[in-house]
Design a protein around this ligand. Structure first.
Ligand SMILES: C[S@@+](CC[C@H](N)C(=O)[O-])C[C@H]1O[C@@H](n2cnc3c(N)ncnc32)[C@H](O)[C@@H]1O
Length: 207
């Protein structure tokens, strides 16, 4: 990804004209990968969706009966578009939307979530290096309720190779991307399941 993907000005320019775009995977495909996690949750489960862009992923949550979703992006145009997309599909807005910078998340001080999800937001943030990603990791950890997990989609096979990561990482799915020629190498998109690490007492540790 070019370095600009971490800059809010890049996304503001882009969302001035872009009204609908899905990074890495269509939401309909991604939600199928996430389905096992969703099915383990009650309908009133608290979901935090970070870096919504102009994706319609939030509508797939609502269509499956999960409306207690907080959708955030640091670019207000994305947040406005998220609301519009929900209204277009359902006729009203039940989910919540907010402007938040994922590298400075303080939401965890006010509320906790059973599932945190991002679809390639980790990739955009990583364009500025590992420190912003580390800050996102700490913020997400702080947002998770006991038993909560983070599901993250990335193009990178090594996205969470971070020293001191406060999560155990499992690959939930690797999706082979389409090839232009049969001889092209295999390239995958990676869906990670991150569970807070347990400390020596067996309790999920603090980050
Ligand atoms: C690669 S796009 C993914 C958009 C959407 N999730 C999708 O799958 O189509 C990255 C998104 O993350 C947002 N973003 C980038 N850095 C962010 C940050 N520090 N805090 C919150 N959102 C951020 C951008 O505004 C953009 O909407």
């Amino acid at each position: 990804m070019p370095a600009d993907y971490d800059k809010q000005s890049y996304w503001r320019d882009r969302f001035t004209s872009e009204k609908s775009f899905e990074w890495l995977l269509p939401s309909a495909d991604f939600i199928r990968i996430v389905e096992p996690q969703l099915l383990s949750l009650r309908p009133e489960a608290r979901i935090l969706h970070i870096g919504i862009g102009t994706s319609d992923l939030q509508n797939h949550f609502r269509a499956r009966g999960y409306s207690n979703v907080l959708n955030v992006d640091y670019e207000p145009l994305a947040v406005d578009r998220g609301r519009e997309l929900e209204k277009q599909s359902f006729g009203d807005v039940k989910m919540r939307y907010g402007v938040h910078d994922a590298t400075q998340l303080d939401i965890g001080q006010r509320e906790k979530f059973d599932l945190v999800i991002d679809k390639s937001t980790v990739d955009a943030i990583s364009c500025a290096g590992k420190d912003p990603l580390r800050r996102m990791v700490a913020g997400v950890r702080d947002c998770l309720a006991p038993g909560g997990v983070w599901v993250s989609l990335s193009y990178s096979e090594s996205r969470f190779d971070l020293e001191g990561l406060p999560f155990d990482v499992e690959v939930l799915n690797k999706t082979l991307t389409p090839k232009l020629k049969p001889t092209d190498p295999d390239v995958y998109h990676w869906t990670y399941l991150l569970r807070p690490k347990r400390d020596a007492s067996g309790m999920p540790g603090s980050s």
